[in-house]
Design a protein around this ligand. Structure first.
Ligand code: SF4
Ligand code: SF4
Length: 450
């Protein structure tokens, strides 16, 4: 498929079309330092429910989480230990609402968080945390540091302390419907173009359908062949499905930037579109955080249980291959290793379906030393890949993944998250590596039985 055939992208910059910022710590708005501190603290405190408070009280300072984090393991820098990343959040809790907050404040046992600390903290909760949850798996007290980092991002967002690119991408998504310029018009043009190019029947804006199919902006803009792949699979299954221009973009930069209002707006677009077309299933694309945003937080946005099922595409493929409704050829007669996307596998429990699909395609699956729930992150999740100043750190973290892929000696590397795929592609270029990540969805679509 030639790039020349693509309609022009609206992205203009090196990766996400966002200009590289010059300053080290980014700020939005013109608040004073004191205002930023007050707003951040107020929102940290607002987010402390009973569960977060229990986590705050239960850390036994064993340090085990450090060895689980790719950023700490690869740098040895103590500031990258998971528990340290939530320190200002913890200080806010101890000073403001912990059982001994009165004494802590009176005796100044936990000093007030300063503007300088908040600025430095920006790097710790955005650049050096992919919210991968690996530390959560290790913690003997069951403290979900990834979730706490997610909550801490809310206060940072309200205080206008978000890395420039992440904030700009979230704002663009809120205003235009997509962080990468994949507006409804661009999406519709790409669907039409991919329909012609791949000679596949597309369904757009049907009033009624059983399945609402969504895509991620990375797929729409960088890997548009995924649009044709999902259409081929659903047509093969004979399903009544549709893309909708009022609800197609599953990427949720509201979640990544910490803007809870925008996160809800982005989720509600998909939910409303699914309800409008009476879908029984909302199919999520090869995108990890889209899965977290809708599968686990979608009902919170809606305010009650969702009136349809939500599935990640790898789950959907595995389930339909396993029950015999989706028939594939054994076209992958080779060795394959599979990268488990953190949000779908570790955080979502989807381990077997992609392996079922790969085996049905005839692949011999060679597992990496750490796989499934303990798989290492690609280093680019949680919005980290969009932050230019984090590139060197991200490449360091990626070295673990690269090493483990090479150790399998598998011929092919397969992923089921377009954000991971982008991270693999970018790191492949950086390291002049000989492995190219391939999409599970596209491999299945290329090997459908006649
Ligand atoms: S969630 Fe992942 S990146 Fe963040 S601190 Fe834990 S292990 Fe490190
Ligand atoms: S592993 Fe858990 S208990 Fe131990 S230091 Fe980390 S967060 Fe605290």
């Amino acid at each position: 498929m030639s790039e020349a055939a693509l309609p022009p992208l609206e992205t203009t910059g090196p990766r996400f079309g966002i200009k590289k910022p010059e300053q080290r710590h980014d700020m939005q708005g013109d608040m004073s330092d004191n205002e930023r501190i007050a707003i951040a603290m107020r929102h940290f405190v607002r987010d402390f429910g009973a569960v977060a408070a229990t986590w705050m009280e239960s850390c036994v300072h064993c340090g085990m989480c450090a060895e689980a984090c790719h950023f700490y393991v690869q740098t040895g820098d103590p500031k990258y230990t998971p528990i340290w990343k939530i320190e200002p959040f913890k200080q806010a809790y101890k000073r403001e609402i912990s059982p001994f907050s009165f004494f802590i404040r009176a005796l100044n046992l936990k000093p007030k968080v300063t503007a300088d600390e908040l600025e430095q903290w920006q790097e710790l909760i955005y650049d050096s945390c992919t919210m991968c949850g690996r530390c959560t798996m290790i913690c003997p007290m069951g403290i979900d540091i990834a979730a706490l980092v997610g909550l801490a991002r809310h206060g940072m967002n309200k205080a206008g302390l978000v890395p420039h690119e992440l904030w700009a991408a979230a704002q663009r998504a809120e205003q235009e419907g997509s962080p990468l310029g994949a507006t409804a018009k661009v999406f519709q043009e790409r669907v039409e173009w991919m329909g012609d190019e791949a000679e596949v029947e597309m369904h757009m804006n049907l009033d009624e359908a059983d399945v609402l199919v969504t895509m991620s902006s990375i797929e729409i803009q960088k890997y548009p062949q995924s649009i044709a792949a999902v259409a081929k699979v659903l047509n093969h299954l004979g399903m009544r499905w549709t893309f909708r221009s009022d609800g197609y973009e599953a990427t949720n930069f509201g979640l990544l930037s910490g803007n809870a209002d925008w996160q809800k707006d982005m989720s509600m677009k998909l939910i409303d579109a699914a309800i409008r077309c009476k879908a029984k299933l909302l199919l999520l694309p090869e995108c990890g955080h889209a899965y977290s945003a809708m599968r686990w937080a979608g009902a919170n946005a809606y305010g009650k249980p969702l009136p349809f099922k939500v599935r990640h595409i790898s789950e959907f493929l595995g389930e339909h291959i396993a029950d015999g409704s989706l028939r594939v050829k054994k076209g992958l007669d080779t060795t394959v290793t599979f990268h488990d996307p953190c949000q779908v596998a570790r955080r979502g429990g989807v381990f077997d379906p992609p392996r079922v699909a790969l085996e049905a395609l005839g692949a011999e699956v060679r597992e990496m030393k750490d796989n499934r729930g303990m798989s290492w992150c690609c280093g680019g999740g949680g919005g980290v890949i969009s932050i230019h100043r984090a590139d060197e750190l991200r490449y360091k973290a990626f070295e673990i993944k690269m090493r483990q892929v090479d150790e399998t000696r598998a011929e092919k590397l397969v992923v089921s998250c377009a954000n991971c795929r982008l991270s693999f592609d970018d790191s492949q270029k950086h390291f002049h590596w000989d492995k190219t990540a391939q999409s599970l969805l596209e491999l299945v679509a290329d090997n459908l039985a006649d």
